[in-house]
Ligand binder design. Structure first.
Ligand SMILES: *Cc1c(COP(=O)(O)O)cnc(C)c1O
Length: 300
């Protein structure tokens, strides 16, 4: 599949481990809880970032990779790491020109150390980054006019098709699969890979209520129509992206202590909190098996 023989050099651990944990918040409602450890797929291209990037790295076929993200983007970090590991030049277009000339935050410093060239752009330009003339200027300025462009968050049709494997790995193992959603690309692919009767449940970490349409559009682009059974529960964004309340922090550190799993706060904590709240509300009939996808790991 990876005909240049390079993407396989990344040696992912697939299928990712699946294990049952005992948690009374689920058990007292007769619900089994499994953890799908996508955080263990690769030490640097973590979780869904590996699943989404791998098919794009293959298609890039050695060209410079140019992509987009905010100052703390997990996707930028994963792309930079892939670039270093595969010897591919990478360019990161970063939202916010006020960041230019300031010391880099730890996340961007890691990107730079991995060899990613960073281009800071003002917010109005960043919003228009998919328009042909804006993109052409960005590619020009990056000195990489023929770069392979990966969208913000890494979610394009190839990425969504790559995430089907996550669903396929869970066929016959669970009734419900829950995961945190940013762009929704992972959910779009996961749902398409599950068997009939299995439900993919997305917990958006951004406020806005726009994600359902975005996921339908991604499935359309990747598969030519809606696939699988999926829905969203929009109640657990905690005020928006990167907002962590004391209650969420307490939940996450308690989950880490109970189960010995590092809980990434921006995405994973919100999905686990949402899933536990749903179990406590009696949303799942007795005898249901639910799987939480651990889509990432805290950045050190
Ligand atoms: C990027 C990311 C997500 C969101 O994935 P989408 O495909 O954009 O919905 C979820 N969890 C973690 C840990 C991530 O880094």
């Amino acid at each position: 599949m990876f005909d240049n023989g390079r993407v396989t050099d990344l040696r992912p651990r697939l299928p990712s481990p699946l294990r049952e944990v005992s948690d009374d918040r689920f058990a007292r409602h007769g619900v089994r809880l499994l953890l799908k450890r996508d955080d263990l797929i690769h030490p640097e291209l973590i979780g869904n970032k590996w699943r989404k990037l791998a098919p794009n790295l293959e298609r890039a076929a050695g060209r410079t990779l140019l992509t987009f993200g905010g100052a703390y983007s997990n996707h930028l970090r994963a792309t930079a790491a892939a670039g270093r590991l595969l010897g591919l030049p990478t360019v990161g277009v970063v939202r916010g020109d006020e960041l230019a000339g300031r010391p880099l935050n730890p996340s961007l410093a890691r990107c730079a150390a991995d060899g990613m060239r960073l281009h800071f752009v003002d917010r109005p330009t960043y919003r228009r980054k998919t328009e042909a003339d804006v993109l052409a200027t960005l590619l020009e300025r990056a000195g990489a006019p023929d770069a392979y462009v990966v969208p913000e968050g890494g979610s394009n049709a190839a990425a969504v098709r790559g995430c089907r494997a996550l669903g396929e790995e869970l066929r016959g193992r669970t009734d419900v699969v829950a995961l945190a959603c940013g762009t929704g690309g992972t959910l779009a692919g996961l749902a398409a890979g599950l068997a009939p009767g299995q439900l993919a449940l997305g917990i958006p970490v951004l406020k806005g209520g726009f994600l359902g349409d975005a996921i339908a559009a991604l499935q359309d682009e990747a598969f030519g129509g809606r696939r699988g059974e999926w829905r969203l529960d929009e109640r657990f964004h905690f005020g928006g992206y990167a907002r962590v309340t004391p209650a969420l922090e307490a939940f996450a550190s308690d989950f880490e202590r109970r189960h010995g799993v590092p809980v990434e706060r921006l995405y994973v904590a919100k999905s686990l909190f949402g899933l536990a709240a749903l179990a406590e509300e009696g949303a799942f009939p007795r005898g249901t098996t639910v799987t939480a996808v651990i889509t990432g790991r805290p950045f050190p």
